[in-house]
Ligand binder design. Structure first.
Ligand code: ATP
Length: 372
């Protein structure tokens, strides 16, 4: 839609304090031009404050905000080539959809707005609704009007602050795909704030996971999920089973650890903890990567897999998979999601089982971090 897409958004040492409270610690972050970028974190972690500093709605305590070659730190919001979509939509109730979208153009004194507004309404698939008032539209449609209105002046960056927070789950999922389609079509940078990990993973090319005013880890959704670097990320994005272990040996690209009298191994590249012999490591494994075998059949488990023993404490059928909670000496309440298996009548609470998984799916975390 626009060829001049502005360049990367670069935050350099940007921070925000309120009195003695630091909402955002000095932060360096580059958002690549044309990417769909998510700031993800729990309530109060500083993601909205970061977004507002990019928008110019909040003055940073230190640091700079640049867009391509332009330092915009001291520019007021209306002079920045960015626009923001808020959760509240903030549509004008007395204006119809066409006029809501046309508003930004008319304010700039643009005389012939028809073609541009129609194009924008097509983009968000609301061409048929132009003459309705906001209250005659569904929540998802109103949200799309808000997006169209924010895009009409061709910002180089669109900031989205929990834009789907007011929608029910089904609509939210539809809108996630819709926003992704719109972003791909317009090709500008979208920076999206959300506390919903599934939302961030579905839409974003790159996710910055924030915790207590800091970016804890930055990466693609798959990378963050497969290779979390901290216990916070391991547990904020999905569920992780964490086993306290001690480094036994390291050889080449393999680390062998002792845990509860047995041994576990993992690729060195997947361990973010120091690996000196005797050092403490938290060994992580996602619930869906684990297989369960009745203890009587343990001989059938292939060589080379990580394995621990346990007792089934609880099972629940959750549609696509069965969830098992397993008590194990190395990890109380070990969670296993087993998919596409015949529900084995023998895997009932009280059964002794062996949990086993590939070392390649195992990750190692610094055990000196607190488990969140
Ligand atoms: P939420 O999803 O709940 O909006 P958030 O991650 O976006 O959370 P922020 O809104 O950025 O968090 O707030 C970060 C911290 O800064 C919070 O502890 C908040 O209470 C505090 N804070 C935000 N604005 C102010 C302000 N104007 N004065 C004092 N403290 C503030």
């Amino acid at each position: 839609m626009t060829n001049d897409t502005g360049g990367d958004v670069r935050l350099s040492g940007i921070s925000k304090t309120y009195g003695s409270f630091t909402a955002v610690h000095p932060l360096d972050l580059t958002v690549p031009q044309g990417s769909f970028f998510a700031l993800l974190g729990a309530s109060g972690c500083g993601k909205t404050t970061t977004l507002r500093m990019i928008a110019g709605l909040e003055e940073p305590t230190s640091g700079t905000v640049a867009l391509g070659d332009q330092d915009v730190t001291n520019l007021p919001p209306y002079k920045r080539p960015v626009n923001t979509v808020f959760q509240s939509y903030a549509l004008f109730p007395h204006l119809d959809i066409f006029e809501n979208v046309a508003f930004g153009l008319r304010r700039r004194g643009v005389k012939s707005v028809k073609k541009q507004v129609e194009e924008m309404l097509e983009l968000v698939q609301l061409g048929e609704q132009a003459r309705k008032k906001p209250h005659q539209l569904s929540g998802g449609q109103q949200q799309r009007v808000a997006v169209a209105r924010a895009l009409i002046n061709h910002p180089k960056v669109l900031l989205l602050d929990e834009p789907l927070g007011a929608l029910d789950l089904k609509l939210r999922r539809q809108m996630q795909l819709e926003l992704k389609r719109i972003q791909t079509e317009v090709g500008i940078t979208f920076i999206h704030v959300t506390h919903d990990q599934e939302e961030a993973m579905t839409m974003a090319d790159t996710v910055a996971v924030m915790n207590s005013g800091r970016v804890e880890q930055l990466g693609s959704p798959a990378d963050l999920y497969e290779n979390p670097n901290t216990t916070f990320v391991a547990n904020f994005l999905g569920t992780s089973n964490l086993i306290e272990a001690e480094v036994d040996t390291t050889s080449g690209d393999e680390i062998v650890l002792r845990a509860g009298g047995g041994k576990l191994s993992l690729p060195a590249a997947r361990c973010s903890a120091p690996t000196t012999t005797g050092g403490k490591v938290l060994v992580g494994i996602r619930p869906e990567k684990i297989s369960l075998t009745h203890a009587d059949d343990a001989g059938s488990i292939p060589e080379g897999r990580n394995r621990i023993t346990g007792t089934i404490a609880d099972t629940s059928f959750i549609g696509v998979s069965t969830q098992y909670v397993i008590d194990s000496p190395v990890c109380p309440e070990f969670e296993v999601y087993a998919q596409n298996i015949d529900r084995d009548a023998r895997l009932v609470p009280g059964t002794e089982v062996v949990l086993h998984w590939s070392p390649a799916h195992t990750f190692g975390l610094d055990a000196t971090q607190s488990i969140v």
